[in-house]
Design a protein. Structure first.
Length: 322
C-alpha cells in the first residue's frame, strides 16, 4: 500500500473522493459515518441523504433515543462493504448517498423543534435528494411527513410499530411520540386508506382508517402473505416508510423506550422489507433506538440494517425507472 493509499483508505467519512462506491477501510477503526458515506453538509449531486435527529423529549416512558443516531452509525460499520444480501444490486455504488450529519436544535426549546426539523428535511428534498432519518423518538416523523407532503402531496405511510401512534391529540402544538400519526391524518398529509401499519400489539380502538396487520396476524399468515397485503394497499402510491424499532420483539430489540412482547423477529422484518420491493418509497426513518437500554447492541444493529433496507427499497424503484 502506498503512502497515498494509506492516507485515503482511512476515515472515508472525510477522505473519500466519490460519493459512490464501497469503502474498504478497516471496519473497526476510523471516523464513523453511516456506512462510511461522506459526512458532508454539501448536498450537490446527492441522491439520498442520511441524517440523524437526536431528539427524545417526546417520550412517554424510557428516554435515550437522542443517542440513537450515533449508535446506529457505529453499528452500520459492522455491515459488509459488499452489496447487501438478497438484493442483487449495491445502492451504495449505484447512487450518491451521503451522511448529512445531525439536525442542530435547541434541546431546551421543544416548541421550536418541529419547525427546525421540517426545514431540515425540506432542505434535503429541495436539493433534489431523498432522506433516510435516524431517530430520535417517533414524534420526529410528523415534521418529516410535513416536509414530504409539502413537496409531494398526501402520502401513503408504511409504519412498522408495536403502537399505532394514533391516540387522540387535538393540540397541534404538543410534541408527543404517541400521537403524531393522529395529527398526520387530521392534517391531511397522510392517506390512511392507502397506508399500512404492521406489527401492532397495543390496543387503540380508533384505527383512523389505517390498514392494520397486527403482530398476531403477521405470525399467523406469514411473511409472504404480509407482503402481498402491503402491496395490495399501497399499490404504486408514493410511500413514506417509518420503522419504529419496537415493532421488533424485545428479544431482538431491547433498547427501546416502550418494548412490547409478541413482536416481529429480525428475520421476519428482513423478509418483509425485502419482499415488498417495488413499492414507491420516497424516504423513511428508523426511530426509537435507545442505546442506554440496548444491553447487547442488538437494537442498534437492527436499526442500522433497517436503514440499509430502506435505502435498498428506495433505490430499487428508482433504479427500475432509470
Ligand atoms: Mn411508534
Amino acid at each position: 500500500m502506498s503512502l497515498e493509499d494509506a492516507k485515503n483508505q482511512v476515515d472515508q467519512a472525510f477522505t473519500r473522493q466519490n460519493l459512490r462506491g464501497p469503502s474498504y477501510e478497516n471496519t473497526f477503526g476510523g471516523a464513523t459515518s453511516f456506512l462510511r458515506r461522506r459526512y458532508t453538509k454539501d448536498l450537490a449531486g446527492v441522491d439520498l441523504a442520511v441524517t440523524g435527529v437526536p431528539f427524545d423529549q417526546a417520550v412517554t416512558n424510557r428516554p435515550g433515543t437522542r443517542l440513537g443516531p450515533r449508535a446506529i452509525r457505529e453499528a452500520s460499520a459492522l455491515q459488509s462493504p459488499d452489496a447487501p444480501y438478497g438484493w442483487g444490486y449495491d445502492p451504495m455504488s449505484e447512487f450518491a448517498i451521503a451522511d448529512y450529519g445531525d439536525l442542530a436544535f435547541d434541546y431546551a426549546d421543544v416548541p421550536a423543534f418541529p419547525a427546525a426539523l421540517q426545514a431540515h428535511i425540506a432542505g434535503i428534498l429541495n436539493a433534489g435528494a431523498a432522506s433516510v432519518t435516524l431517530g430520535g423518538d417517533h414524534s420526529i416523523t410528523l415534521a418529516i411527513l410535513k416536509a414530504y407532503a409539502a413537496k409531494f402531496g398526501p402520502l401513503s405511510v408504511l409504519q412498522f410499530d408495536a403502537h399505532t401512534d394514533t391516540w387522540a391529540d387535538d393540540n397541534m402544538d404538543r410534541v408527543d411520540h404517541g400521537t403524531f400519526m393522529y395529527k398526520a391524518v387530521k392534517l391531511g398529509i397522510v392517506d390512511p386508506a392507502r397506508s399500512v401499519q404492521v406489527g401492532i400489539r397495543t390496543d387503540n380502538p380508533d384505527t383512523m382508517g389505517f390498514h392494520i396487520i397486527d403482530a398476531p396476524r403477521v405470525h399467523e399468515i406469514g411473511n409472504r402473505a404480509v407482503c402481498d397485503e402491503i402491496r395490495a394497499v399501497l399499490g404504486d402510491h408514493p410511500t413514506y416508510v417509518t420503522f419504529d424499532i419496537d415493532c421488533l420483539d424485545p428479544a431482538f430489540a431491547p433498547g427501546t423506550g416502550t418494548p412490547v412482547w409478541g413482536g416481529l423477529s429480525s428475520a421476519q422484518a428482513a423478509a418483509i422489507l425485502r419482499g415488498i420491493r417495488g413499492i414507491d418509497v420516497l424516504g423513511g426513518d428508523v426511530v426509537e433506538v435507545s442505546p442506554p437500554f440496548d444491553t447487547t447492541g442488538a437494537t442498534a444493529i437492527a436499526g442500522a440494517h433497517v436503514a440499509m433496507e430502506l435505502i435498498c427499497l428506495w433505490g430499487w424503484t428508482r433504479r427500475a425507472q432509470t
